[in-house]
Design a protein around this ligand. Structure first.
Ligand code: PLP
Length: 402
């Protein structure tokens, strides 16, 4: 859909947006522009889809194996096990660890609920801990405080595009003999650098990493998809078995498993998009740098902090509002046809289904103050200027935009 915006409207609403000239036609701004991204690789994607249709190996076709191998090469790990979605990936990873009912799994309170959902589904106990107020990732000091004799797993989430403090987390896990599952649904492609200089891709440091290929993710398919990542041969064999009805070989079921497969069509699409992942990341980082440059001087916002050991692949560009009304700001942006999202409006432990009678302060505060701007690989210069111009104008004169 096209939104026609006259330059007068732009200048009025965007203040010093720097745009001038006659009327322009601007593409509607979206949080994520999947169609624009598709058009850039249309030829390759259409060919890949047609290839799968022609050979009709819709389940467990050659592209699934090839995609797993290619992703393993990209991540520099020996084992990638594709599955149906990122939630299944978390569930399968947990199932492979043979925990006992009531065993405790430490998770951040500030995350998407899927991380905690699978823990409860399997009869384990999520223990919610707080996050850093700047990077939004799980705080290792709070992990230490939460460890009990029942703790078996730490599940950090690499939120919004950058890795949690894995060096500290792995150290704590080693000292207490705990498993680590990295929920890497949002940060595929980020690099983590250890203090000895070793560089490792996100999702490849713990016993398991998991990821999601939900369409809006940095590496997204055209439906649902996910993967489990591990360096451990034994865990890989087990996770693979669990993902396929617990079969050791066809019709020989050694374990109770699940049916969680990546469709061949999705694998074929992902093979194409994986080749462009680093370009996608660069485009996101470029947009983030633009937002930073233009928003950092505005005292009402905190721009996203960068972790010192991780690159940021900007699944989301998430600011904190330090003063004023977030609802009003979002409404003003909406009035200008600029989508703004809140990830997340409530910590997991305050959700009705997950409720604990405890306020986890930093997570609670973040849920009241964060907002995310459109972030994708196809943003035009005029769209960037329009977003930033409107945000600055609204912040300078709260309540002045209609
Ligand atoms: C942090 C996190 N974990 C897990 C998931 C679940 O992934 P999926 O939607 O593929 O099941 C998501 C998806 O939004 C996520 O953001």
């Amino acid at each position: 859909m096209l939104a026609k915006l006259s330059i007068n409207e732009l200048s009025l609403s965007a203040g010093k947006s720097g745009v001038s000239g006659q009327d322009i036609i601007m593409q509607k701004i979206r949080m994520v522009d999947l169609h624009g991204q598709y058009l850039h690789v249309k030829g390759e994607i259409d060919q890949a889809i047609q290839r799968v249709i022609d050979n009709t190996a819709f389940i467990n076709g050659e592209d699934v194996r090839l995609f797993a191998d290619e992703l393993a090469t990209y991540l520099n790990v020996p084992h990638v096990i594709p599955c149906a979605n990122g939630t299944d990936a978390l569930q399968i990873a947990l199932m492979a660890l043979d925990l006992n009912p009531g065993d405790e799994v430490i998770v951040p309170a500030f995350t998407y609920t899927a991380t905690a959902e699978v823990i409860l589904l399997l009869g384990y106990t999520p223990v919610y801990v707080d996050v850093y107020p700047d990077t939004f990732n799980i705080d290792p000091e709070k992990i230490k405080e939460a460890i009990t004799p029942r703790t078996r797993v730490i599940m950090p989430v690499h939120l919004f595009g950058q890795c949690a403090d894995m060096e500290s987390i792995l150290k704590i896990a080693g000292e207490h003999n705990l498993y680590v599952i990295e929920d890497n649904a949002q940060s595929i492609g980020a690099d983590y650098t250890f203090s000895d200089g070793r560089k490792v891709k996100s999702g490849c440091m713990g016993h398991f990493g998991t990821t999601s290929f939900f369409p809006s993710k940095n590496l997204g398919c055209f439906g649902d998809g996910g993967a489990i990542i591990t360096n451990d041969e034994k865990l890989a064999v087990k996770a693979k078995m669990i993902s396929n009805h617990g079969q050791e070989k066809q019709y020989h079921h050694k374990l109770i498993g699940v049916n969680s497969r990546l469709d061949t069509l999705q694998a074929a699409i992902l093979r194409v998009k994986l080749q462009h992942l680093d370009e996608y990341i660069a485009a996101r980082q470029n947009l983030a740098a633009y937002y930073d440059e233009h928003l950092s001087a505005d005292g009402r916002f905190s721009i996203p902090a960068r972790s010192k050991n991780s690159t940021h692949v900007f699944h989301q560009y998430t600011l904190q509002l330090k003063e004023g009304s977030r609802d009003e700001l979002i409404q003003q942006m909406k009035n200008q046809e600029i989508p703004v999202m809140i990830y997340y409006p409530m910590p997991v432990n305050e959700q009705e289904a997950y409720f604990t009678d405890r306020i986890i302060p930093v997570s609670h505060h973040l849920c009241e103050t964060v907002f995310s701007l459109p972030m994708h690989t196809e943003m035009s210069q005029e769209q960037r200027e329009y977003i930033v111009g409107n945000l600055l104008a609204s912040s300078q004169k709260p309540g002045s935009l209609t």
